[in-house]
Design a protein around this ligand. Structure first.
Ligand code: IMP
Length: 450
């Protein structure tokens, strides 16, 4: 499983893309088109929002799991775009139980933000929060509802009823017309029908056959609705445990959980950010790292690597390995700061991520200053090629978090990575007993028969 260990945008798409090569299937389990994954292949660049990163491999099963919230208009655009670039999307499967983002979710997301004014969360305004809210309220419209016009219309009517007051300002918005909306979504149903499936069962069957399934997380642990910097979070659970719920598998089906972290930190939207850099260095790193949102184009806030938060993410996800991306962005800095504890009001010190919002809002990262390196590291392909200061930096991160580093990103290109010894050993199919080419024995018969 690949999960974000920060506030999203860690480079999960590239890591998933690399690992997908050896996997039989890639399953997304939460979030929606608030996510954006950029994959670089040679001179070509792909920006995906909903379709799992494995789609660029021919005939690799790509699954949008039940935990995802899906805007069908966006998905169809993405499918058409991939087709136009000659990518075969025949292996894309969509859970019949995934919830649909409806036109009113988009309006309510923006209206909610406008109402909050200065206190706004800074959502991507893609309707994610209102869609998950309807799911919890049992007023959601699911992918399977697209296949029956009568049911669809009834459910839309029921979903609109309690929203009448909040939707009043949009009374004249043509996207809210019940008949037009139903027609539009029925058309989406026709387009997507061939992809709709019982994806939990698909996952079990693959696992029963000892195949390798890669679970692709979106966002990151610090945006988790339960464990993140609430309310400045997304409306789903990007932590590893959610993959079981959002794909329909059990905890014992997961062998490896890799957390992705940048060599520094970024976040988009509002909310606490203890290691944020407020001076020009922040602008320099933002430009160098291309820190502008894939989905919204917004400039990302930039800060030093926050090891208090990263160790917290390691615990929340039971990470078995870390991948550290964009190490090259730090090249040329004389020194590099890393946050090892927080200092709060009245000089209080926090070694652990504080659970209390008021503490967190006042927390400032206390840093240790490590030596930087001058060299361009874009051509390094083995750990030994890295300057000693870069290796020391990585060692510091691994020791502090207690998680070994498997993979290091040294540039945007697909080949600009270093597999560490640990990574070589634990990457899919690399070691006997690990999933992949070496097949696992069939799972317990009771399970296989289910
Ligand atoms: P929402 O997910 O659109 O409701 O936005 C809630 C918060 O999560 C905002 O701070 C967004 O900027 C943030 N967010 C949502 N998706 C992503 C992502 O893929 N990367 C980074 N931040 C995200």
């Amino acid at each position: 499983m690949i999960v974000g260990a920060q506030w999203g945008d860690e480079g999960k798409g590239k890591v998933t893309d690399l690992l997908a090569e050896q996997a039989d299937a890639v399953i997304r389990f939460q979030g929606g088109n608030n996510a954006g994954h950029t994959i670089v292949r040679g001179t070509e660049e792909w920006k995906l929002h909903l379709v799992p990163s494995g789609i660029l491999y021919p005939r690799k099963l790509c699954v949008i799991g039940n935990g995802v919230v899906l805007d069908p208009r966006v998905l169809i655009e993405e499918i058409d775009h991939l087709r136009a670039r000659r990518v075969d999307v025949g292996s894309l499967k969509i859970s019949a139980n995934a919830h649909l983002i409806m036109p009113y979710h988009l309006l309510l997301d923006s209206a909610g933000e406008a109402r909050l004014g200065k206190l706004q969360i800074g959502t991507t305004r893609r309707g994610i929060g209102p869609c998950y809210a309807d799911k919890a309220a049992r007023l959601g419209i699911r992918v399977q509802d697209l296949l029956d016009e009568t049911i669809l219309k009834k459910k839309i009517t029921a979903a609109l009823e309690p929203k009448r007051l909040s939707l009043r300002p949009f009374a004249k918005d043509p996207s809210l017309d019940l008949h037009a909306m139903t027609e539009e979504y029925v058309t989406y149903g026709h387009r997507l029908e061939q992809h709709i499936a019982d994806t939990a069962r698909t996952a079990w069957e693959l696992l029963d056959q000892g195949r390798t399934v890669l679970f692709e997380g979106a966002q990151g642990a610090m945006l988790d609705i339960d464990h993140g910097t609430y309310p400045f979070v997304t409306s789903s659970n990007p932590v590893a445990g959610a993959a079981c719920v959002g794909a329909g598998v059990g905890p014992r089906d997961i062998d490896e959980v890799w957390g992705v972290s940048k060599a520094y930190t970024t976040r988009v939207g509002a909310g606490p950010f203890p290691t944020e850099i407020h001076d020009e260095l922040g602008d320099v790193l933002r430009q160098r790292g291309g820190e502008f949102g894939t989905t919204t184009g917004r400039a990302r806030r930039v800060g030093w690597l926050d090891l208090v938060a990263l160790r917290y993410a390691a615990r929340l996800n039971t990470l078995t390995a870390l991948t550290v991306t964009k190490l090259d962005v730090l090249s040329g800095l004389e020194t590099i700061d890393v946050c090892v504890r927080y200092r709060g009001a009245e000089d209080a010190q926090f070694d652990h991520f504080p659970y209390h919002q008021s503490v967190l809002h006042h927390a400032v990262g206390e840093t240790e200053r490590l030596p930087g390196w001058e060299e361009d590291i874009g051509e390094c392909r083995r750990e030994a090629d890295l300057p000693p200061a870069a290796r020391d930096y990585l060692r510091f991160v691994a020791e502090f978090t207690g998680v070994p580093i498997a993979l290091i990103g040294v540039g945007p290109g697909r080949d600009q990575v270093i597999w560490t010894e640990h990574g070589q050993r634990s990457r899919l199919g690399a070691s006997p007993g690990a999933a992949g080419t070496e097949r696992m024995p069939a799972r317990p018969s009771g399970r296989a028969a289910a």
